[in-house]
Ligand binder design. Structure first.
Ligand code: ADP
Ligand code: TRP
Length: 320
C-alpha cells in the first residue's frame, strides 16, 4: 500500500496539525510504503518572503523527524526537489474542468481571508493531484479540510484515465474521524489564521499560558458539566488513554471539578508528550547535515517514482 501526504511550511505547527495530520501519518508509516513531503510549492501561494520559506521548510523537517517520522522506512522530501511534479501538473491541467476548481471551498475561504487570488492559488488542487498521482498513492492521510482536494484528485485521475488510458491509480483520503477537527483556544477549528493555536514546539511557557486561556463556559466548580461541550476536554482526550478519558468525563458529570484543574491536567499531558520530543528536535537541529541527507535521499527516491509515472503519462498523451 502506498501512502502520501504533504504539509505546507507556512507557519509553526500546532496541535491541530499534529493530531489531524502528523500523528496519523506517522502511525501509518508502519503499514505501507509512505511518501511524506514538505509542500513548499503550495506554500508559495501564501508565503512570499524567501527567508521565511527557508526557515519554515527547515522547521517542518525538524518537527516531523522529532515526532517520529522514520527516514529508514519513509521517503521524506521537499516538493521542490521533485520537479517532475510540476510537469505532471500541466499534463493534469488540460483534463481538469474549470468548474471542478471553482467549487473548491479552500480557494473560496482563502480569498475571503484576503489572500491574493492568483492563478497558483486557483490551480493549487491540480498541483496537489500531481503530488498524489505521481507516486500512485492509494491512501492520503489528511485533516477533514483537505478531503475535497483528494476527491478532486480522483476526478482528475478518472478524467485522465478515460481520455488517455489507465495511467493513474485512484487515491482515497484517510481521515481520522475521532480527531477530524481539533478545536482552538476559542472553540473554532485550531488554525494559524485564527490565532487560536497551541504550537507543539513553541516556547513551553507560552504553551502553558495559552492552555490556561482556553475558553470555557462560566459554570462554577461544584456544577456538573458536559465533557463533550468543553474545549479543554476536547484537547485532553487527544492525549489521554481510554481509561483516563472515561475517568475525566465521569468527574465532569459528577460536579466538583473546576476548569482550572482540567487545564492543569491538560498541560501535564502536553509536557509529558512534547517535552521528550522537544529534546529530540534540539538534537536534530544540532545535526543539520543528517537532516539534509535524509531530504536528499528522499528526493532521489521520489524523483525515480514520479519520473516513471510521468513517462507513462507523456507516452499516453503522445508526447513521446
Ligand atoms: P492551518 O489551518 O493552521 O493553516 P493547514 O491548513 O496548513 O493548517 O493544515 C495542515 C494539515 O493539518 C492538513 O492536513 C489539515 O487538515 C491538518 N489540520 C490543520 N488544522 C487542523 C485542525 N484544527 N484539526 C484537524 N486537522 C487539522
Ligand atoms: N494542501 C495540503 C494542506 O494545506 C498540503 C498538501 C499539498 C498535500 N500536497 C498534498 C496533502 C498532497 C496531501 C497530499 O494541508
Amino acid at each position: 500500500m502506498r501512502i502520501l501526504s504533504g504539509i505546507q511550511p507556512s507557519g509553526r505547527l500546532h496541535l491541530g496539525n499534529y493530531f489531524g495530520m502528523m500523528r496519523p501519518a506517522i502511525e501509518l508509516q508502519e503499514q505501507g510504503d509512505a511518501f511524506y513531503f514538505i509542500a513548499n510549492y503550495h506554500a508559495l501561494t501564501t508565503v512570499s518572503d524567501a527567508d521565511a520559506m527557508r526557515q519554515g521548510t527547515l522547521d517542518v523537517a525538524l518537527d516531523f523527524l522529532a515526532c517520529g517520522l522514520d527516514p529508514s522506512r519513509t521517503t521524506f522530501y521537499r516538493q521542490s526537489d521533485v520537479p517532475e511534479v510540476t510537469e505532471l501538473t500541466w499534463l493534469l491541467s488540460v483534463v481538469t474542468p474549470m468548474g471542478l476548481l471553482e467549487r473548491c471551498h479552500s480557494y473560496k475561504d482563502k480569498i475571503a481571508k484576503g489572500i491574493a487570488a492568483s492563478h497558483g492559488l486557483f490551480a493549487y488542487p491540480v498541483l496537489m493531484a500531481a503530488d498524489i498521482l505521481a507516486v500512485q498513492s492509494d491512501i492520503v492521510p489528511v485533516g477533514r479540510d483537505q478531503k475535497q482536494h483528494v476527491e478532486v484528485t480522483r476526478d482528475i485521475a478518472i478524467k485522465f484515465n478515460n481520455t488517455y488510458g489507465e495511467v493513474f491509480r485512484l487515491p482515497e483520503a484517510r481521515i481520522r474521524e475521532d480527531v477530524a477537527v481539533v478545536p482552538g483556544l476559542d472553540g473554532q477549528k485550531m488554525s494559524k489564521s485564527y490565532n487560536n493555536t497551541i504550537e507543539i514546539f513553541g516556547d513551553p511557557k507560552e504553551a502553558r499560558a495559552r492552555i490556561m486561556r482556553i475558553v470555557t463556559d462560566s459554570k462554577g466548580v461544584a456544577d456538573p458539566k458536559d465533557p463533550d461541550a468543553c474545549n479543554v476536554f476536547a484537547l485532553y482526550r487527544l492525549f489521554a488513554s481510554a481509561e483516563e478519558r472515561e475517568a475525566m468525563a465521569a468527574r465532569y458529570r459528577a460536579g466538583g471539578l473546576g476548569y482550572g484543574e482540567v487545564k492543569k491536567a491538560l498541560h501535564e499531558k502536553f509536557e509529558a508528550h512534547f517535552g521528550p520530543l522537544r529534546a529530540r528536535r534540539a538534537d536534530l537541529a544540532a545535526n543539520l547535515d543528517f537532516v539534509e541527507e535524509v531530504l536528499r535521499r528522499g528526493a532521489e527516491r521520489a524523483r525515480a517514482e514520479a519520473g516513471a509515472t510521468l513517462r507513462r503519462a507523456r507516452a499516453a498523451m503522445g508526447l513521446e
